[in-house]
Write a protein that binds this ligand. Structure first.
Ligand SMILES: [Zn+2]
Length: 107
């Protein structure tokens, strides 16, 4: 397994989420600020500040999960299930690089 590859994916994902969260944040708190066209579409679909706030909370939670995955890379436990200690299937890690549980424990 290529840890470096997962690490760079996690860092990339984190920066995408951070910019998404900050755009969401602006939508909630500075409504007259322009946001990207794509993001505007998303907002039109929800059109509800409660949902937008949930979206922001979800993004922040994902960022926290990514931070934990990055610290597992640092301490060498990345790719191990935090519940049973077995190796997480690599295909699962490719789909969700910040996952902390194997398929058996997650389901
Ligand atoms: Zn497990």
């Amino acid at each position: 397994m290529d840890i470096k590859q997962f690490e760079s994916e996690l860092i990339q994902l984190k920066s995408e989420l951070q910019s998404r969260v900050s755009r969401t944040h602006k939508h909630i708190y500075q409504k007259d600020q322009p946001v990207s066209a794509n993001f505007n579409e998303q907002i039109k679909e929800t059109e509800n500040d409660g949902l937008v706030m949930a979206l922001e909370a979800e993004g922040l939670e994902e960022i926290a999960q990514i931070d934990r995955a990055l610290s597992r890379i640092q301490d060498g436990s990345f790719g191990q299930c935090q519940n049973c200690g077995k190796a997480i299937d690599e295909a699962r890690l490719e789909a969700i690089p910040y996952t902390s549980n194997c398929i058996a424990c997650a389901s």
